[in-house]
Design a protein around this ligand. Structure first.
Ligand code: KG4
Ligand code: ZN
Length: 347
């Protein structure tokens, strides 16, 4: 099945074509992302109205470009998938409106995809994907969650952040130390030049049982360390390294705990922070030590993209799921309420 995927939940316009007839990573026939970073940079964060307007400008040209790159035309499409939530309502409505109209015009089904399910399933687009059950760590700018994946579409929340998401903590910490928006990747790059161990920050909530996270106190610790320092370039890099190590260690400790609790040795990592090199190495080491696996999407599919939406949508469309031709979005949406993806014809 050839499915067009559309992602417009925040500040990235993503479009892709996924073909379930081709095995593994080859199924992704084409994907393109247009990032609005430059548009929002001067405001230090995403301005929702500007985001919606830019999606309006970029989405149709990006669909044309991606279809051309995939070697297909609209007549070849057998389904359309779009992010219906969670996200910015205006931005979501742009993708939903275009996706529903296109599906209506082509007389093919359209399916509303949960953005975090898209992230969660992205690692399964790569070659040699793991089979459920497994545990997933979702680490993005808006979410930090540990999820038990009993089957595709059957998700149990094991733990989540009580305050800032991991990506948000990266972004806010970077901003505090004067790095430009969006700071997460820049802070990670700076940490590469930092001295390990010069600054040691807490590993929040690892000294008690449970799988929840809290990153806002860590941010305050960094602020105090930065304020009381000489604020030199080297110190900034050393603090960045201390911060990154604290976040990575904390995530790894909780992932290991979640695997123990779920009785699994397979951890799947998804979301923007999954692009972090040190996190990838640490979780790979942790999983290998238990004789298991840590599965990541390639870095470009960790951050927001249309490929994950095309893929998650294709799985649901193939199972016969789609909705009526209503343009409806769900800016707040609990992933645990999603229906399981049953294979068509099975009981
Ligand atoms: O999944 P994503 O693209 O968007 C959301 O759905 O939130 O995640 C973006 C988040 C941002 O907070 C960004 O700073 C963070 O992912 N991020 C990183 C890295 N690359 C992106 N954080 C740490 N290290 C990175 N290399
Ligand atoms: Zn995302």
């Amino acid at each position: 099945m050839k499915v067009l995927g559309i992602e417009t939940s925040c500040d990235e316009t993503g479009v892709a074509v996924y073909d379930t007839g081709l095995a593994g990573a080859a199924g992704l026939r084409a994907h393109a992302v247009y990032s609005q970073i430059a548009l929002h940079a001067e405001y230090g964060g995403v301005v929702p109205e500007l985001a919606s307007r830019d999606h309006v400008r970029k989405l149709l040209p990006l669909i044309r470009q991606t279809l051309a790159e995939s070697g297909l035309t609209t007549a070849d499409l057998e389904g359309v998938a779009y992010t219906a939530g969670p996200g910015l309502v205006g931005a979501l409505l742009v993708g939903a409106g275009v996706a529903r109209s296109l599906a209506w015009a082509l007389d093919v089904p359209a399916v509303a995809v949960h953005h975090m399910e898209g992230h969660l399933l992205a690692p399964l687009m790569e070659d040699d994907p793991p089979d459920a059950p497994f545990v997933a760590l979702l680490v993005s700018g808006g979410h930090t969650q540990l999820v038990a994946v009993d089957a595709i579409g059957r998700y149990r929340l094991l733990g989540e952040t009580l305050d800032d998401a991991a990506g948000e903590a990266f972004d806010k910490t970077a901003k505090m130390m004067g790095l430009p928006y969006p700071g997460g990747p820049q802070l990670a790059a700076l940490a590469e030049k930092g001295t390990p161990g010069r600054f040691r920050f807490a590993r929040p909530m690892t000294d008690r049982p449970g799988l929840d996270f809290s990153f806002s106190g860590l941010k305050t610790q960094v602020l105090l360390a930065w304020r009381d320092s000489d604020q030199s370039e080297q110190t900034r890099a050393d603090i960045a390294r201390g911060f990154e190590d604290a976040v990575v260690d904390t995530l790894a400790i909780k992932c290991e705990r979640a695997l123990d609790e779920a009785g699994s040795d397979v951890i799947v990592i998804a979301g923007g922070v999954g692009a972090n090199k040190r996190l990838r190495a640490k979780l790979q080491e942790m999983a290998a030590k238990r004789g298991g696996r840590a599965c990541f999407p390639r870095p470009s599919l960790c951050t927001d993209n249309g490929a994950m939406i095309a893929f998650a949508g294709a799985l649901r469309l193939e199972a016969g799921q789609h909705e009526t031709a209503e343009v409806k979005v769900t800016p707040r949406w609990d992933m645990a309420t999603l229906p399981q993806v049953a294979v068509v014809g099975s009981p």
